[in-house]
Design a protein around this ligand. Structure first.
Ligand code: NAD
Ligand code: MG
Length: 388
């Protein structure tokens, strides 16, 4: 029996994790759930799964009648310290929180020597040097990526017997291209919130869906790949693949390329991260080679989608630059979703924040949190300036 904690259980990845658990109740036991909001959904999950712990992360969250709606034997706790405890109570902690807010869960899981099934890429990207230090500590836990591209790379790299990094020539991340693939910069001027939220191949939470439309998601994933697999940025490439069937590829030094293919369904990567090195007994969809008639590939358009280039720039700068970029992006995406800025302003905000970044080193969690906060303030000022 594998015990599982789900941080961010009410979101897109969280609810799909519950789906995976339902397919193998003899194998998984959910012992803890946490969310920020969507309390009714959280309570319904608790009634079904009977975890030992339920956490409402929002310290100001309304908990009025929640305790009495929970099953007997389920403890209710509130606040960010309680959220971080999810990393310490199970064999596997699925970090499905959205944004930088997931950092404490990532660090507590690794600190407790547990498996981190990582969907919350922002914590690894923003906290890179700090997470690496946590991974190096004796008795540290390990990461199995949930992000589909990195889960694919993790699988492809298993074929590189011995895992010698110098046998790997490059990592190739695939990108669906999002809803605006093929449009020029000029054609993107008037896109709406609904346009940006209409992803062609994946159904996800709003923040990552907007990130997919700007290609910022792919940019963040380039940094995520660097942090997970240790290759430098010259050996991490992006190719647009609209069908989202090839989830990423590893090219070995003899030119052989290993790819991982499956239906675009996040329950596959979630199941992989829960079971690794074993496999789930049942698939979530199989490939039908009589229906899948083509797999297309094209280079990304860096001019229409400048966020991807900005992510390479921040990744190469290292230290707290990825934290600054990530924070600016969270602020800009929130402003876009509130209708305060145009979609095309998102990369402008990121560029302004990155250009003004002070290059602070990421010596510890405080340095990363401080870089995150300063970049948020800089992004807010930039948004104010452009909307005046
Ligand atoms: P979502 O918005 O659907 O869900 C987010 C969850 O986190 C919810 O349970 C919410 O209550 C909780 N949450 C929000 N703010 C929080 C905070 N400050 N503290 C604690 N909990 C908080 O998001 P999602 O699409 O499920 O994405 C979650 C993470 O997984 C993101 O990092 C995203 O990039 C990554 N990811 C998602 C997908 C996908 O298919 N949805 C694919 C790959 C990676
Ligand atoms: Mg992804």
């Amino acid at each position: 029996m594998t015990t599982v904690a789900i941080a961010g259980s009410t979101g897109s990845i969280g609810t799909q994790t519950v789906d995976v658990v339902r397919t193998a109740p003899e194998r998984f036991e959910v012992v803890a759930l946490a969310a920020w909001s969507s309390i009714d959904r959280l309570v319904a999950q608790a009634v079904e799964l009977r975890p030992k712990l339920v956490v409402i992360a929002d310290p100001q969250g309304s908990v009025d009648d929640v305790a009495e709606r929970l099953p007997a034997g389920t403890e209710l706790r509130v606040g960010l310290a309680a959220l971080a405890e999810l990393g310490e109570v199970a064999d596997v902690c699925v970090n499905a929180v959205v944004g930088f807010a997931g950092l404490e869960v990532t660090l507590s899981t690794l600190g407790a020597g547990r498996r981190l099934a990582l969907a919350n890429k922002e914590s690894l990207i923003a906290g890179g040097p700090v997470v690496q230090a946590a991974l190096r500590r004796p008795g540290a836990g390990h990461i199995v990526p949930v992000d589909s591209e990195h889960c694919a790379l993790h699988q492809c790299l298993q074929t590189n017997a011995g895992g010698e990094p110098d046998r790997v020539a490059r990592l190739v991340l695939t990108a669906s291209g999002g809803p605006f693939r093929g449009r020029s910069r000029a054609e993107l001027a008037g896109v709406t919130i609904d346009d940006a939220l209409a992803h062609p191949t994946w159904s996800m939470g709003p923040k990552i869906t907007v990130d997919s439309s700007t290609l910022m998601n792919k940019g963040l994933e380039v940094i995520e790949a660097h942090e997970l697999f240790g290759l430098d940025y010259d050996r991490i490439e992006v190719v647009v693949h609209p069908q989202s069937i090839v989830h990423s590829m590893v090219e070995l030094r003899d030119g052989a390329t290993i790819a991982q293919l499956s239906q675009p369904d996040m329950r596959g990567p979630i199941g992989y991260a829960l079971c690794w090195p074993d496999r789930l007994a049942t698939p979530f969809g199989r490939l039908d080679w009589t229906a899948t008639t083509r797999l297309d590939f094209e280079p990304p358009d860096l001019e229409a989608f400048p966020c991807l280039g900005l992510a390479y720039q921040a990744g190469r700068a290292g230290e707290t630059a990825p934290a600054a970029l990530n924070a600016a992006n969270e602020v800009a995406v929130a402003a876009f979703l509130e209708g305060r800025i145009a979609w095309t302003t998102i990369p402008d905000v990121l560029k302004a924040v990155l250009d003004g970044h002070d290059g602070a080193v990421a010596v510890g969690v405080e340095a990363v949190v401080s870089a995150d906060q300063r970049a948020r303030e800089a992004a807010r000022r930039e948004i104010e300036r452009t909307t005046r």
